[in-house]
Design a protein around this ligand. Structure first.
Ligand code: SF4
Ligand code: SF4
Length: 307
């Protein structure tokens, strides 16, 4: 079959941010799910959720491609399904799942790109794949015996097969000095690398507050948008501002439960029961902080109304 290219235009009606699993073959020290980077409040919440696993939204429950499709096909809407994890390529039947869903919907996959992609390239047409959002995680990759070169070769292979590949590099303090060289090596092969700030603690210092001016200068312009730059260095709040998350954006959790967005846990349904009660109009944001840059960039809430 003649294959096309990832669609440059995001023609969709609604967004589903699907955190598909928590399992990962990497163990990045800055991972949000890494114990060291979790606040006491979050750790207490984790402890309670682990005790009562039936209410734990982060407990992965596997859905089959045949079960998932009717949920997204229930209305005439075309979803932009943004799948992240954990590592989505570890999810059972992942390639078949993407194959089914991409027949009608637009897909983005957030991945560490450490697992083979040959079958994916063979099986899936890039036309309905909006992009790969691939994280380099250089330190952990090398700890596992792989390299930036191996990642780059895979990204180039995907690109040649017609897929759009966006690469990001977390500016974890010990990895900052290797950013420039990596950025240039990738650029030579036509792959742009975005900088992503590290938020958390390293050697007793809190980041991003403790980046030096020189460090910031090196990567600030390589954070892709004004929204990302603002959210990288500040806690954005839209509390009380109308937001259409819950109406045209949802978050699906690893156990299939559906909430308004990653921060507002108002329950809207469940993918396993194909139940979805969307808001009929935008509602005021109820939570103190919003890190959902996608919702902001896609116009769910007015960035200029941030507090
Ligand atoms: S690849 Fe992502 S999910 Fe996996 S450990 Fe690293 S940051 Fe966490
Ligand atoms: S403003 Fe952000 S946190 Fe608030 S509801 Fe919208 S997406 Fe969620």
């Amino acid at each position: 079959m003649e294959k096309g290219k990832s669609s440059q235009k995001k023609n969709y009606d609604k967004i589903a941010m699907w955190l598909i699993n928590m399992e990962c073959n990497f163990n990045c020290p800055y991972c949000f799910y890494n114990d060291k980077q979790r606040s006491l409040k979050t750790k207490v919440g984790d402890w309670v959720r682990n005790k009562i696993s039936v209410i734990n939204p982060y407990k992965t429950k596997v859905i089959s491609p045949e079960q998932a499709r009717p949920f997204f096909d229930a209305t005439a809407d075309r979803w932009w399904i943004i799948i992240s994890g954990g590592e989505p390529f570890l999810y059972p039947n992942f390639i078949q799942l993407v194959k089914e869903l991409s027949k009608r919907h637009l897909i983005t996959i957030g991945t560490n790109l450490s697992l083979p992609v040959d079958e994916f390239i063979q099986e899936i047409s890039p036309e309905n794949i909006h992009s790969f959002y691939a994280s380099l995680h250089l330190g952990e990759r090398e700890r596992q015996g792989s390299s930036a070169e191996e990642f780059l070769a895979k990204a180039v292979r995907l690109k040649k097969a017609g897929f759009k590949v966006e690469v990001n590099y977390v500016m974890y303090p010990p990895l900052i000095k290797r950013f420039k060289e990596t950025y240039e090596k990738f650029k030579e092969q036509g792959i742009e690398v975005e900088a992503k700030v590290f938020r958390g603690e390293y050697q007793g210092k809190e980041y991003p507050q403790n980046y030096t001016d020189e460090e910031r200068k090196m990567f600030y312009d390589l954070i892709p948008s004004e929204v990302d730059r603002a959210a990288s260095f500040h806690n954005l709040s839209f509390k009380g501002v109308p937001c259409s998350a819950g109406m045209n954006l949802i978050r699906i959790n690893p156990n299939g439960s559906i909430t308004r967005c990653p921060h507002d846990h108002e329950k809207l349904g469940n993918i396993f029961t194909s139940k979805l009660n969307l808001h009929q109009k935008p509602k005021k944001c109820q939570v103190p902080y919003c890190k959902c840059t996608l919702a902001i960039k896609e116009g769910c809430v007015d960035f200029n109304k941030r507090k």
